[in-house]
Design a protein. Structure first.
Ligand SMILES: Cc1cc2nc3c(=O)[nH]c(=O)nc-3n(C[C@H](O)[C@H](O)[C@H](O)COP(=O)(O)OP(=O)(O)OC[C@H]3O[C@@H](n4cnc5c(N)ncnc54)[C@H](O)[C@@H]3O)c2cc1C
Length: 1002
């Protein structure tokens, strides 16, 4: 009797479940050789050759051209008898295909499908049908667990389910039978042995062939070439000299870049077949597994298929040369915007990654062996999700680049539901182009993820930390370099931090996608109005606020003009404020410190004398050097610095009146007002009048003093008054300070102020609740007439009177009413973004009121710049800080308990005196205290308050704790060096924690 062999529909790709017959290359009766192409079939990816592995004659029945045949089912037959062109009904077909056919039962096997490219076996989870049940095409008969998910097994043929069926829980290799389908219920086997866990059915079974008009169904070859794909129009490589190679083998060799010369062939007479080619190029897994392995003592259990798949994929990833790049991103704006749009943050982040990727398409490419790059434009991102059983599933959000957020959210909701129970379809987890893993919710402070072959970058998102949220990309160096990833992350940062710019355009993106136009949404979008302006942005005022703003804008390539009515930038801070006052303070410190040298055991230094001329020379040198440096830096950064007075002619025109020459105008898109706030002199009789003579000075004019006064009257007990009082006291001046309120340092934290006042009162005379009635006289012979609380009047004879009565913005000459900029009292009204009531005009620094401090102005300048660049940045006063350069220095960061309580925060504080600190005792700087304020509910440190020498340095620690939103536990665990005053912070945190623990127990 002739032997018949089935030519089955091969599985030519991991997603292929069936194929369509396109051509027959041989006719029934034609002689065929092993390796011949007998037909072509169309798969889901391409038209591919069907190769035979047996010599003989082609025999029918052949599947019709155009017929759809399931993978593993027969297309035709090979007979060893010439002229035997058709199999008669009832004839027996014996399975003996050279590819180690799995013997089958009397019926069509239902084989373990290959549901992902990494799947080599599956576990039977349930049987949805029982032997004998009617099966319709498309029915789900079972579920199986793959390496990625629990999936349905669908059948493509009608009939009845028949055993033996694989046990629930048994592991079945891909392509091996799990059960069978018979065409007659009488043939259904429900009593036979179930397929054992090793599922290798050893016996061959004889089967009656199907009716001649139907192709026979034969089990899938075990070695279905799932990993060999000859897709694509690659011309086959040439036959090796003097050797035979099948056309398919040559095509696969071309695809995989395998050299056939010297390759052993396992076909008849040593013909090289496709399997030989596949073996010649070891898989990534094989390469990786050939790495030295360390044996571990003990009895290992077998991995589940999921564990095995993860292990193999991870080992295969060892072949990727990777590197990591981290950027910290502030996700607050994105989180808020996502919430407002009712989309999950995960979806918003995925979309942001896609938006940023529009500029960096390489991030979405992949390396393909050998020496190829797959350039993909479809953004199909895998996003890791925790399944209900604690494992990790990575469903794919498809088409992110073209779908609006709402559509993506829709997709995501369904995906997550299915991912949690591991019920994803193969397309839902196969072939991502980029992957995102967010472990932020698990509190990890930093981590890196491992990209697997097929992607070139994976993004790992950690928990929000002091610097923001760390976004780490691990990249494949064959595809990406460090700069690619760094630039991508920088863009991603901008995209995430300014979500409004692209989130609003969600539907526009979709519309573009529909019209077929490329979605070119890129973030961020600057709010600077479009127009043919002389300058996109002008800045009025060159102090810390204006200068920092200008620099940030220039740094980002914006053409900026900064007009300042002084020859050098720096503003009040450099010329009349922080810098000169601290230069004086530095000299005063030397005098004050020497007075304590004797306590340390150093004699002879306690009578220093002041060299005023040198003090002034030094001060001026610092100022002019810094002014010079600032101007050079500004010009170097291509800021167009102009000297002159700026005022608004209209909403987009600035009039500049230079020191010399005619006024002129420039047009602008947006403007930033940073004009500061001059010293304010109240209408006390004689006070304003004597400014001109120099008998009365302010912080603007005190720098003109020829010598330190012998006697100084100070009106006003704020920070400037107190600083000046102590400086001049140290210079040997007799000081009287008058304050009309009940206490001086009204804005300083109460307990700190109280202690500082007590110390101050030992050095200078302070009178509170005083009325200042008149200032008169001439410089060197001034009379300050005042009354105490009881109304008893006195006169203080002094050389000069300092009016330290605050600062007040003066915008009267800016024409703000012409451009729609509203005021709040004397200050310009702004929102947290430093934007005025005219949307294209921003204002920063002293001119907007609040804390009138240089770093506050500079921060606001950067906030304004950030917003003009299209980023949603805000100034947060609750994280601001300040130092009073008194002795000891007072300082604050964040909120006091009283301020916190006023905001509804249940705040607690701990304080420690400097007198118990070892370092402070050594140096004799034991006055003062440090206080830590924490939010009781979260343990977050929300304020730090100081009265201590070196507060100007110690405050940095408080700034970091508050800005970084550190908790008491974190600070309690931090290691501070001994002996330093910094130890107090750890001590304070532990003390407060202990107290909270004790009180919580009660
Ligand atoms: C004695 C003293 C000590 C101080 N010490 C400290 C300190 O230790 N630490 C601290 O943080 N802060 C300190 N300050 C405060 C600090 O100086 C200010 O908060 C800071 O300079 C404000 O910066 P600004 O950019 O808002 O304005 P300013 O620094 O005032 O700059 C404004 C600039 O704009 C110019 N200008 C105004 N109007 C126009 C116009 N129409 N056209 C063109 N140019 C214009 C002004 O001439 C000036 O150059 C101190 C202040 C004083 C007075």
């Amino acid at each position: 009797m002739s032997q018949h062999y089935a030519i089955t529909m091969p599985q030519l790709s991991d997603t292929m479940t069936e194929g369509v017959v396109v051509t027959w290359e041989k006719q029934p009766g034609d002689k065929v050789e092993r390796g011949d192409i007998v037909a072509t079939v169309e798969t889901d990816k391409a038209i591919m050759d069907v190769e035979v592995f047996k010599a003989g004659y082609l025999a029918g029945p052949l599947a019709d051209v155009g017929a759809t045949i399931a993978v593993g089912a027969a297309l035709g037959y090979i007979t060893d008898t010439a002229g035997d062109v058709a199999i008669a009904a009832g004839e027996v077909v014996e399975e003996q295909a050279q590819t180690e056919m799995i013997p089958h039962h009397a019926g069509t096997p239902i084989v373990m499908p290959q549901l992902s490219d990494t799947m080599i076996e599956g576990v039977v989870v349930t049987w949805e049908k029982q032997p004998g049940d009617v099966i319709k095409r498309g029915d789900i008969v079972a579920t199986v667990e793959t390496d990625k998910a629990i999936m349905d097994v669908e059948v493509f043929q009608e009939g009845f389910l028949s055993g033996p069926i694989a046990d629930v829980g048994s592991v079945v290799e891909v392509g091996h039978p799990m059960a069978f389908i018979v065409d007659d219920v009488a043939k259904a086997n429900d009593t036979g042995v179930t397929i054992s866990a090793d599922h290798k059915v050893k016996n061959t079974h004889k089967v009656a062939p199907p009716a001649a008009d139907k192709p026979a169904h034969i089990p899938t070859p075990k070695a279905a070439p799932a990993h060999i794909s000859a897709a694509g129009n690659v011309p086959p490589v040439a036959r090796p000299a003097g050797r035979q190679a099948s056309p398919y083998a040559r095509k696969v060799a071309a695809q995989l870049g395998v050299n056939l010369t010297g390759l052993a062939g396992t076909g008849p007479s040593g013909v090289i077949v496709a399997a030989d080619v596949a073996r010649a190029r070891p898989s990534m897994q094989e390469v990786a597994h050939s790495l030295p392995q360390v044996d571990v003592p003990g009895q290992g259990r077998a991995m589940t298929s999921m564990e095995k798949a993860v292990s193999h994929a991870m080992t295969a990833s060892l072949t990727l040369p990777t590197f990591n790049v981290t950027v910290n991103i502030d996700t607050a704006a994105l989180t808020a915007a996502a919430k407002a749009k009712k989309v999950s943050v995960t979806v918003a982040i995925a979309k942001a990654c896609s938006v940023a990727m529009a500029k960096f398409p390489r991030m979405n490419w992949a390396y393909q062996p050998v020496d190829k790059l797959v350039e993909r434009s479809n953004h199909d991102f895998g996003v890791a999700v925790m399944s209900n059983d604690g494992g990790l599933v990575v469903p794919i959000l498809h088409g992110i680049e073209k779908k609006p957020l709402e559509a993506l959210q829709n997709d995501w909701t369904g995906l997550v539901e299915r991912a949690r129970v591991r019920k994803l379809a193969p397309a839902e987890y196969s072939n991502p182009t980029f992957t995102i893993s967010n472990m932020g919710m698990l509190g990890v402070s930093h981590f890196t993820a491992i990209p697997t072959p097929g992607i070139s970058a994976i993004l790992a998102i950690a928990a929000n930390g002091p610097q923001g949220t760390p976004f780490t990309i691990t990249g494949d160096h064959r595809v990406l370099n460090g700069a690619d990833v760094a630039l991508y992350l920088a863009t991603l940062k901008q995209t995430i931090e300014a979500p409004d710019a692209w989130m609003a355009g969600g539907t526009a993106v979709a519309a573009e996608a529909v019209t077929g136009q490329a979605a070119t949404v890129s973030a961020p979008v600057s709010p600077i109005p479009e127009g043919n302006w002389d300058f996109p942005v002008v800045i009025v005022g060159g102090g810390p606020g204006g200068e920092d703003c200008a620099r940030d804008l220039a740094d980002h390539g914006i053409k900026v003009m900064m007009v300042n009515n002084e020859p050098f930038p720096g503003g009040e801070c450099l010329w009349r404020g922080c810098i000169p006052s601290k230069a004086w303070r530095a000299a005063a410190d030397v005098i004050r410190n020497r007075a304590h040298d004797a306590e340390m055991g150093v004699d002879g230094t306690n009578a220093p004398t002041l060299n005023w001329a040198q003090v002034e020379k030094h001060r001026r040198w610092v100022q002019s050097s810094r002014g010079d440096m600032a101007l050079k830096a500004d010009k170097g950064m291509k800021i167009d610095v102009r000297e002159g007075y700026g005022e608004f002619a209209d909403a987009h025109t600035l009039k500049i009146t230079p020191v010399e020459g005619e006024p002129y105008t420039v047009s602008f898109g947006a403007a930033v007002i940073a004009t500061g706030a001059p010293a304010f002199v109240p209408p006390i009789p004689g006070a304003r009048e004597n400014l001109a003579t120099g008998g009365v000075v302010t912080s603007d004019t005190i720098w003109n003093l020829a010598t330190p006064p012998k006697k100084l009257g100070i009106v006003g007990g704020g920070v400037i008054g107190v600083e000046m009082a102590q400086i001049f006291r140290d210079f040997g001046t007799e000081v009287l300070m008058l304050e009309r309120n009940e206490r001086i340092l009204a804005e300083t934290e109460e307990e700190i102020a109280k202690q500082l006042i007590a110390l101050l009162e030992k050095e200078v005379t302070v009178l509170t609740s005083a009325s200042i009635n008149e200032v008169s006289g001439t410089p060197g012979a001034m009379k300050l007439r005042y009354a105490n609380k009881e109304g008893i009047e006195s006169v203080f004879d002094c050389d000069v009177v300092l009016m330290a009565t605050g600062k007040r913005p003066d915008t009267s000459k800016l024409n703000l009413d012409k451009i729609g900029v509203e005021l709040d009292g004397a200050a310009i009204k702004v929102n947290a973004r430093c934007q005025t009531s005219a949307p294209h005009i921003y204002a920063v620094g002293d001119v907007i009121g609040g804390y009138m401090l240089a770093h506050t102005a500079a921060t606001q300048g950067r906030v304004a710049a950030d917003n003009l660049l299209g980023h949603g940045s805000e100034y947060d006063q609750d994280k601001d800080c300040g130092v009073t350069f008194s002795r000891p220095q007072a300082g604050f960061v964040g909120l006091s308990v009283a301020q916190a309580k006023a905001k509804g925060i249940d705040a607690v504080e701990a304080k420690m005196p400097m007198s118990i600190d070892a370092k402070a005792m050594i140096t004799g700087e034991t006055e003062g205290m440090i206080k830590l304020v924490a939010d009781k509910a979260t343990g977050r440190i929300i304020g730090v308050h100081y009265l201590a020498d070196h507060t100007d340095t110690l405050i940095g620690i408080g700034v970091m704790m508050v800005a970084g939103e550190m908790t008491l536990t974190q600070v309690a665990k931090a290691i501070f060096p001994h002996p330093t005053q910094t130890e107090l912070f750890g001590e304070l945190a532990r003390r407060l924690l202990n107290r909270l623990r004790r009180t919580a127990k009660k």
